[in-house]
Design a binder for this molecule. Structure first.
Ligand code: FES
Length: 196
């Protein structure tokens, strides 16, 4: 025969069972809610592809010409420079803000007056360091642009000037030289985004 105490024990046991069941279901719900979130944080195949290195055949690129390819949703300027252009870069230019690229962004092997691995081939992110416009390629010497203009890049947005190694002219609104991405060149096969 049960008494009041027995009923209390039964009720307490039932309550515990209900609490345990509800907690377990809640935990399943939380795991279910977290899984899609974790999945959505993982980089998509498209994002992975966009950040992967790309390879470009530059055999058709002529001297003094520029080719533009896209990498990481940014324009990559590839310029084949002549001996004359290299000579001008080596001469230096008193108008440059950061001649030795001490404050600018490039791999160590591009921290030189040419800002490239192979002096004849400039590989550069074609994005102005002021507000991100794409500077135009102006390879010709032209003193109407600047008394020291021996070819370079001119930003159409607010007039920043860069030399043929992407080094910014003092007085431009752009604060830094244009960025050089990791790259390697084997023959005419250029890889952008990888340098080992
Ligand atoms: S974005 Fe190039 S000068 Fe402003």
């Amino acid at each position: 025969m049960s008494n009041a105490n027995d009923k209390d024990v039964i009720n307490i046991n039932r309550r515990r069972m209900l609490i345990n069941t509800t907690s377990a279901m809640g935990a399943v719900g939380i795991v279910g809610a977290i899984t899609p979130f974790v999945k959505s944080c993982a980089p998509s195949e498209k994002a992975k592809a966009a950040s992967s290195p790309i390879t470009q055949d530059i055999s058709a690129l002529e001297a003094e010409k520029m080719m533009v390819v896209e990498w990481q949703s940014k324009p990559i300027y590839i310029i084949r420079r002549t001996d004359e252009m290299l000579k001008n870069l080596a001469l230096g230019n008193p108008k440059l803000r950061d001649t030795h690229s001490n404050e600018s962004n490039q791999p160590n092997y591009a921290k030189n007056v040419y800002r490239s691995r192979d002096p004849h081939v400039l590989v550069m992110i074609g994005v102005c360091t002021h507000l991100g416009c794409a500077p135009g390629f102006r390879p010709e010497a032209n003193t109407s642009l600047d008394s020291k203009w021996r070819g370079g890049f001119l930003c159409p947005c607010h007039g920043s000037k860069y030399d043929l190694a992407g080094r910014v002219f003092d007085g431009s609104p752009a604060p830094l030289n244009m960025e050089i991405p990791k790259h390697k060149l084997i023959g005419n096969t250029l890889t952008i985004g990888e340098d080992t």
